[in-house]
Write a protein that binds this ligand. Sequence first.
Ligand code: FMN
Length: 186
Amino acid sequence: MKALVISSSPNEDGLTAACATVAAEGVRLGGGQVEEVRLNDLNVGMCQACGNGWGTCLTNHECQTEDDFQALHARVRQADAYVLVTPVYWGEMSESAKAFADRLRRCEATRDGESSLFGKPVVAVAAAGGSGGGMISCLTSMERWIEHVRARVFDLIPVNRWSRDYKLAAIREAARAMAQGVQFQN
Ligand SMILES: Cc1cc2nc3c(=O)[nH]c(=O)nc-3n(C[C@H](O)[C@H](O)[C@H](O)COP(=O)(O)O)c2cc1C
């Protein structure tokens, strides 16, 4: 099985990066292959709401705004499982996570039961490195997104500065269990 670990912080050595690193370790421990994606290293811009609100996302399930999204979309289609890690900004996903999530949702939620993510497990992680507030509102919107793209919640994990050590262990274990579960299904 192949898992995509997608993170969305500009910091290369912060809490979000630490969560992504242990998630990748967990997938490997579970016997899976990992591809790591740092959204802030890519050029994935915001949805342009083409036309009167819908563009080719509705008709062809592809985004017509050309940037790094198209190649990333192809990688998403090929993966069997996902870990999404975002820093908590204002109780929400980071801007790079939101841009990616918005565009992917438009392409995949419009396929109904044929979404490329249909039934695939997702571990969502909200890393609140400041006040520690807003983890739950962030995870709530991530959970809704998972439902919209017809994927499956494997786990929703909040982590802040105080819970860092034991949550990193939990993230590694969740990713391991997810990878192992997918292997047994196939
Ligand atoms: C615009 C902005 C908004 C933020 N909002 C929150 C917040 O609502 N709650 C919180 O705990 N931390 C907040 N933070 C802090 C980030 O969650 C913290 O920087 C996060 O852990 C990301 O750190 P990292 O990039 O090192 O992973 C915010 C940071 C920024 C830049």
